[in-house]
Write a protein that binds this ligand. Structure first.
Ligand SMILES: N[C@@H](CCC(=O)N[C@@H](CSC=O)C(=O)NCC(=O)O)C(=O)O
Length: 284
């Protein structure tokens, strides 16, 4: 799969790059960021952490605002951050709102027209992107973890819960924890998956997926700012996920952050902690 380098900047001794490529899964040109830490110069195979961003983001938000490169350089870990949806397809209705369509792929595989041929972000992230990364960067195959923010926090949880053993660890900043029960999720799932009555929604909702997970031990690290407007508007519902985990004895940690909102100021404040958490799991 041919990659085109879009940009390359030295930062904290490593290289922050952006690539574009033609994706088979989503049927358009996609971009993703890769931070390659200085340890790559020693011909070492390195672990990788995938980051999934939230509604309205491209690959740029995380690169420019999270401050993750400093910690990734310290720990010697590659960070890959894809875009949040297909782009440039001009599907009718894909740009009418900021919480559906472009910038809002929800990391699921759509089943409904006109979305089902392209809105396949789950397969893109968990299959195609991993193959591309493993064949183009100095990755220690299988040493991968996943994290994300908001829509991407939920995407990270779903990618891990639906692929037991694929990721060594998973963490989420302010995830949309129970999309079947919040306005953002109801809108997205109705559009991409059809009416709730089809029964398809529960296959893409982390709060439902923990109830039927079977596979290697996995812990959910959930992070939440307590001054988050979207928490107050009941878009995130972390309490539903924690309750479901408690009921089925699924290991989960909820870190509550006094005074923090939903923004990348909050993400940047704790991204170092999350990278350290993943590195402990990636080097076991
Ligand atoms: N346009 C919206 C706000 C959109 C927003 O806050 N997006 C978040 C993710 S929300 C859940 O997935 C985000 O990460 N934004 C990018 C950033 O750089 O901050 C509105 O008007 O409310």
């Amino acid at each position: 799969m041919a990659l085109t380098e879009v940009s390359c900047n030295k930062i904290f001794g490593g290289l922050q790059k952006v690539f574009s490529h033609k994706s088979k899964e989503v049927g358009c040109t996609m971009k993703f960021g890769v931070f390659v830490p200085p340890q790559a110069e020693e011909n070492k195979k390195l672990p990788v952490i995938y980051w999934l961003s939230g509604l309205t983001c491209s690959e740029a938000n995380f690169i420019e605002k999270s401050g993750a490169q400093r910690y990734a350089a310290e720990h010697g870990v590659i960070i890959v951050n894809p875009d949040t949806s297909p782009r440039g397809l001009n599907i009718p209705g894909d740009s009418e709102s900021w919480d559906f369509g472009v910038g809002a792929g929800f990391y699921i595989n759509a089943t409904q027209s006109p979305w089902k041929d392209n809105y396949r972000m789950f397969s893109y992230i968990t299959k195609e992107l991993i193959e591309i990364v493993n064949s183009n960067f100095p990755v220690a195959e299988g040493k991968q973890s996943i994290m994300g923010h908001s829509m991407g926090g939920h995407g990270a949880l779903v990618c891990a819960l639906k692929n037991p053993g694929l990721y060594k660890s998973v963490s989420a900043f302010a995830p949309i924890s129970n999309p079947m029960e919040c306005p953002w999720g109801i809108k997205a799932f109705t559009g991409y998956l059809g009416p709730k009555e089809t029964g398809a929604w529960s296959e893409w909702d982390a709060t439902e997926l923990v109830k039927k997970y079977s596979g290697p031990a996995l812990e959910l690290l959930i992070d939440q700012g307590l001054e988050d407007n979207f928490l107050k508007q009941n878009q995130l519902l972390p309490e539903n996920l924690m309750e479901a985990c408690k009921n089925v004895s699924f290991p989960a940690i909820l870190k509550k952050r006094e005074g923090y909102d939903h923004s990348y100021y909050y993400v940047a404040s704790f991204i170092g902690e999350h990278i350290e958490y993943h590195m402990k799991n990636l080097t076991k």
